[in-house]
Design a binder for this molecule. Structure first.
Ligand code: PEP
Ligand code: MG
Length: 323
């Protein structure tokens, strides 16, 4: 099996019927980029920058962050690198940021909500990112976007920092795509409107599933409700992908679901463009995709979306792909 995987290491990713998708890796540190390359990743689909801030006693400086982002971009040699701005809060605590205890941290003051409020933290990160953009193919992604207004505000702050850097004659790329995580149901429902303003979406299924099913992703007692294949989730994904494509934008997925062999045929059926996963899942996924017929899967889409339960979806797709 390993040999079969290795054959596809330096190949692009095609389905059996010749449709191309992109397989990229999730990373938490610059060193993780080596693992993505060693496993044939075509880029980085999610750089979780929290790790730069965690396990330290103070904020990482602009320079420290610039060095980290630049290191990843240089290692990836022009391949796309999607960097997510700070997603603090929820399950991710950072001691020196002194965030208040909350009744419902997953529904609280986190990610872009925190960054738009604590703008010095946000601006420092954006400046580091913009400076790094001169060294590779950077895409910037905002986490936990719930409203268009949040996206517009975040983009405006980014624009201001870019203009400041340019005025100081600091090199900044003019081709940085700016996108959002789709991990809040409201955003998935309103994808059509968002698609007009973003450059791309990346679906964060880890959170999207917990918020859609109202089931804490860390709570074992309700884990039976954490259902990636629930038609409610699949219909949301369908809405997001259709909306993006109708505006000529691409859609990735960087939640765990993207690397799940049961989900992959479903995601191909829905037309997902980019799959971002842990490095070790990339070659198994490329091998699996090379044996799947996208147009055949797409022809099953309406039927899958009209199903009532996750069990129905799973037994149907397993039967169809002959598993
Ligand atoms: C997600 O929510 O799916 C995601 C990729 O982000 P995180 O797991 O870091 O919340
Ligand atoms: Mg998330």
């Amino acid at each position: 099996q390993k040999e079969e995987w290795a054959k596809l290491k330096d190949e692009p990713t095609f389905t059996k019927d010749g449709e191309q998708v992109e397989l990229v890796g999730n990373i938490g540190t610059p060193d993780d980029a080596d693992g993505v390359l060693a496993n044939g990743g075509e880029g980085v689909g999610l750089y979780r920058t929290e790790f730069l801030y965690m396990g330290k006693s103070e904020m990482p400086t602009e320079e420290e962050q610039y060095q980290a982002y630049k290191a990843v971009l240089e290692k990836m040699e022009g391949k796309p690198v999607v960097v997510r701005t700070l997603d603090v809060g929820g399950d991710k605590k950072i001691s020196y940021l002194d965030l208040p205890e909350e009744m419902n941290p997953f529904l609280g003051f986190r990610a872009i909500r925190f960054c738009l409020d604590e703008q010095t933290v946000f601006r420092t990160q954006l400046r580091a990112l913009l400076r790094a953009s001169a060294h590779g193919n950077l895409k910037i992604m905002f986490p936990m976007i719930a409203t268009l207004d949040e996206f517009r505000q975040a983009k405006a702050v980014l624009k201001e920092e870019k203009e400041k850097l340019k005025k100081d004659n600091i090199a900044v790329s003019d081709d940085v795509e700016v996108g959002i995580m789709v991990e809040i149901p409201a955003t998935a429902v309103l994808a059509k409107q968002f698609a007009k303003e973003v450059d791309f979406f990346s679906v964060g299924t880890n959170d999207l599933i917990q918020y859609t099913m109202a089931a804490d992703r860390m709570n074992e007692r309700v884990s039976y409700l954490y259902q990636p294949y629930n038609p409610a989730i699949l219909n949301l994904l369908h809405n997001v992908i259709e909306a993006a494509h109708s505006e000529g934008k691409w859609v990735g997925m960087c939640g765990e679901m993207a690397g799940d062999p049961v989900a992959i045929p479903l995601l191909l059926a829905l037309g997902l463009d980019e799959f971002s996963m842990s490095a070790t899942s990339i070659l198994p996924a490329r091998t699996q995709i090379s044996k799947l017929d996208k147009s055949k899967l797409a022809s099953l889409k309406e039927k899958i979306l009209s199903m009532g339960t996750a069990e129905e979806v799973v037994s149907f797709i397993k039967e169809k792909i002959g598993d």
